[in-house]
Design a protein around this ligand. Structure first.
Ligand code: PLP
Length: 404
């Protein structure tokens, strides 16, 4: 089944917008994706027809909303091959990683090692630095090769009997590199370490099966997956979640509370203190339903074709430096234009209606690895077209001419 990006675009109301007098060309989906009508309508429908707090009420609306919220959990679970009890709703990937890091802290001793990589988003660095500061654990970083691959041989050499946790991105938000995560998780387990994967980018572009990966924890954010902000998911193997202490205290995460003591609810409720992001969970469920209705292999092929087309058209551009050329990489183009600051490039492109990101992409160690402080980034999503890819390249040539 061929993928029809034009038909898909019609489902995204915002894509009809004009920006600076030009049709919007949205190439910033790796930061946050636009929302299809199915997601918008699911959230509006809930607010207009069936909304109340979850889990507490005995009335019809409370029951219906609880049903919708728990059904969203089932959708997330099915989407990644997990059980619903293994899915914790969080604010996003950042909160999910913080939850795991703070929960694992109790089992760590000074000198224990946590193995990350140079291509991590700050969300998968800073929570581990907290543990370094608090507990004296040692952070190690797997190097990245010049073409943007995670150096697997170096990773193996960095694994020791003191490595307790390995936390890696499944796909880099800067380089587009898709890491050989099943292999890396296997190596981590062989060394006796737990493995966490940051699936923020990967899950958007390829099916994920957490059981096949045998990973202990997998995290992602809803807003990059065509869902709303304020919702994400933490997958944890049942036995791993059962062993984690609560992250926050409050309503709904307890079994009993007395003046003297508390007992905790079973996962996932143990980790969902307070009123959860109900509407956002419903929106994420709708996004997953919507994605599940697409031929995802055809979507991936479409996105790769856009990327390849852009690279071909820029092949002769000796003023362009691209960060990340790993084989099989995803449709993310991080680039620098000779003589121009990335912020200026992004601003000029915006004048042509083209939205790209510029900065350090919350990946300062990676930028330092490549000797730069910032880059511009065009990220391609299922709703982008070949015409948009051409508009981007045309505008980029004009931008470069401005600085030449
Ligand atoms: C690879 C990766 N990890 C983590 C995050 C953090 O996601 P959030 O800000 O939604 O928690 C991002 C967002 O840019 C990302 O791209």
């Amino acid at each position: 089944m061929a993928f029809d990006a034009d038909a898909i675009r019609a489902e995204f109301p915002i894509l009809a917008r004009r920006v600076n007098g030009k049709p919007l060309v949205y190439l910033d989906s790796a930061a946050s994706a636009q929302k299809p009508r199915a997601v918008i309508e699911a959230m509006v429908h809930a607010m207009e027809h069936s909304y109340a707090n979850v889990h507490r009420g005995l009335h019809t609306l409370a029951n219906e909303t609880t049903e919708a919220y728990e059904s969203a959990r089932k959708k997330v679970a099915t989407f990644i091959g997990a059980q619903p009890t293994e899915i914790v709703f969080t604010k996003g990937a950042t909160e999910a990683i913080n939850l795991v890091a703070s929960g694992l802290a109790a089992g760590l001793r000074p000198g224990d090692e946590i193995l990350l990589s140079e291509m991590e988003h700050h969300a998968n660095i800073v929570p581990w630095h907290f543990l370094r500061e608090r507990l004296g654990v040692v952070l190690k970083f797997t190097p990245v090769t010049d073409d943007g691959r995670l150096d697997v041989e170096a990773f193996k050499a960095l694994l020791t009997e003191r490595t307790k946790i390995v936390a890696l991105t499944h796909m880099s938000n800067v380089l587009g590199t898709v890491n050989p995560v099943a292999k890396l998780v296997g190596l981590a387990h062989d060394a006796g370490a737990l493995a966490l994967l940051d699936g923020c980018q990967a899950i958007v572009h390829e099916p994920v099966d957490v059981k096949a990966l045998d990973v202990d924890f997998y995290v992602f954010s809803g807003h990059k997956l065509y869902g709303p902000t304020g919702i994400g998911a933490l997958y944890g193997k049942a036995e791993r979640l059962a062993a984690l202490p609560p992250y926050q205290g409050g309503g709904e995460m307890i079994e009993t509370v007395t003046l003297e003591a508390i007992t905790y609810a079973e996962p996932p409720r143990r980790f969902e203190a307070g009123t959860p992001p109900i509407l956002e969970a419903i929106g994420l469920g709708a996004a997953i339903d919507w994605l599940a209705g697409l031929d995802r292999a055809a979507v991936a092929q479409h996105e790769h074709a856009l990327y390849d087309h852009v690279r071909q058209r820029l092949a002769g551009a000796n003023w362009l430096r691209v960060l990340g050329e790993a084989p099989g990489k995803g449709a993310i183009l991080s680039f620098l234009v000779d003589g121009a600051h990335a912020h200026d490039v992004a601003q000029i492109l915006d004048g042509y209606g083209i939205a790209v990101r510029a900065g350090a992409h919350c990946a300062e160690p990676l930028m330092r690895r490549f000797g730069v402080t910032s880059s511009a980034r065009a990220s391609f999503a299922l709703y982008n077209t070949r015409e948009e890819a051409d508009a981007f390249v045309d505008a980029l040539y004009k931008t470069q001419a401005f600085f030449a």
